[in-house]
Design a protein around this ligand. Structure first.
Ligand SMILES: Cc1cc2nc3c(=O)[nH]c(=O)nc-3n(C[C@H](O)[C@H](O)[C@H](O)COP(=O)(O)OP(=O)(O)OC[C@H]3O[C@@H](n4cnc5c(N)ncnc54)[C@H](O)[C@@H]3O)c2cc1C
Length: 394
């Protein structure tokens, strides 16, 4: 094994997961995080059964359970009339089929437990305030230069540095990510403040023309996580400024008053302009590769971006171990295995954005077809939730 550590740029959910996966395979790693502290934003995140399986392999699933909420169903409600369209039952049959549960969790609890697991591994070194600005590939190593001038020589480099990854810019060089024209607002409020209490135990998505709103509880059910997204008409018209709160209210004006009323749960001062990228086939070069949003950023409509980053980490560690630290070979094998699955997530997420946001005849057809389904039949994410085969010895 190489004496030098594997360098990981980025200590988000993806960077920490691959650090843990590699350490569990006996590799030394050094995580270089740009922010002054390792952390996550204060909102919720959904985890499918496919990633529960990976978190179990990484030895953190049990520690996450006390922080998790397990919704009893994923419900789609038409936002225009507030009538249920369909539901996917997440109970016994779902668990039987996929062997693992669907859960939701506060991002800080998820990131925090993975971080704690990393801290317990002596093979992992974590350094904050170390934003990668450049790297250089040498015959047997990679040298990374950070914003503060520090330099690190490693056996290989994994760019887990997110949507705006400088590592990607050097390897793939495909410009800025694609602006989807969708804008998201978030809000977390005490559950006691929720007025319509008919969906407290589920993960519910109100879907309507150019909009959707997601709601689920976190932290023992004490707080409600709210996510509202609009597809901007101003963006479609080519206007430079789009996605402000006024536009959100304008798009929600057609929604049922009970749905419109939910906008009170949101913070107005911050929004997220959503991006993704067309799938590529060249995110590995020699001793350098990408992972998570740096490799295959996706819209969140299948709630799988972080799920994919964690799956990436497990697969990457396996390939490194299997290739006997021939990084060039390991990274190509990792890319090959991850390429189509992550591309399918990116492209299916775009489709679900359309599916949620349709109007007129398309809305009528969507609702009729969805209303005919049985809550226990596997839906279009079956291929995803079945998960991936990994080495059980990790
Ligand atoms: C509204 C919304 C809802 C979502 N919901 C879900 C969901 O329910 N389920 C799900 O699975 N996914 C969801 N996602 C997607 C998910 O948040 C991302 O896919 C996931 O965070 C990607 O993890 P990552 O570690 O690859 O990147 P990031 O989380 O972006 O982490 C990158 C890290 O790298 C650091 N960094 C950046 N530049 C540098 C540099 N130059 N050098 C060193 N460090 C650097 C950053 O500070 C950060 O810590 C959602 C996304 C959005 C926008």
């Amino acid at each position: 094994m190489n004496e030098r550590p594997i360098l990981i740029a980025g200590g988000g959910i993806g960077g920490l997961s691959v650090a843990l996966a590699l350490a569990r395979k006996g590799r030394r790693v050094r995580v270089l995080e740009k922010a002054p502290e390792f952390g996550e934003i204060g909102y919720g995140i959904q985890m499918g059964p496919n990633v529960s399986r990976m978190l179990d392999r990484l030895g953190v699933l049990k520690a996450l359970e006390p922080h998790s909420v397990f919704p009893d169903a994923l419900i789609l409600v038409d936002a225009l009339d507030n009538r249920e369209v369909t539901r996917i039952a997440l109970g016994g049959k779902f668990r039987e089929r996929y062997q693992y549960r669907y859960f939701v969790i506060h991002r800080r609890d998820l990131h925090g437990e993975i971080l704690e697991a990393c801290r317990r591994h002596e093979e992992i070194t974590l350094e904050a305030s170390r934003g990668l600005v450049a790297f250089e590939e040498r015959a047997n190593s990679v040298v990374v230069r950070c914003e503060n001038g520090a330099e690190y020589e490693g056996a290989a480099l994994i760019g887990a540095d997110g949507l705006w990854s400088p590592t990607r810019a050097a390897i793939v060089n495909d410009g800025a990510p694609r602006v989807a024209g969708h804008v998201t607002y978030r809000g977390v409020v005490p559950t006691a403040e929720i007025i319509d209490r008919s969906h407290l135990d589920s993960m519910t998505i109100w879907i309507g023309p150019d909009l959707h709103l997601v709601q689920y509880r976190l932290r023992g059910g004490t707080v409600m996580n709210n996510v509202a997204t609009v597809s901007s008409r101003r963006f479609r018209r080519g206007e430079k400024s789009f996605g402000g709160w006024d536009e959100l209210e304008e798009v929600f004006a057609r929604a049922d008053p009970r749905v419109r009323d939910m906008l009170r749960y949101f913070a107005r001062d911050r929004n997220w302009v959503l991006h993704d990228r067309d799938p590529v086939t060249n995110w590995s070069r020699g001793r350098v590769t990408l992972l998570g949003d740096a490799a295959h950023p996706t819209l969140q409509y299948l709630a799988q971006g972080a799920n994919m980053a964690i799956e990436d980490g497990v697969v990457l560690a396996e390939k490194v171990a299997a290739a006997g630290d021939d990084y060039g070979r390991a990274f190509l094998a990792y890319q090959r295995e991850r390429m189509n699955r992550t591309a399918r997530v990116v492209l299916s997420s775009r489709f679900f954005g359309e599916y949620f946001h349709v109007d007129g005849g398309a809305r009528e057809l969507r609702n009729e077809l969805a209303r005919g389904r049985d809550p226990d039949t596997p839906w279009e994410a079956d291929w995803l939730y079945r998960g991936i085969e990994v080495d059980s010895r990790l």
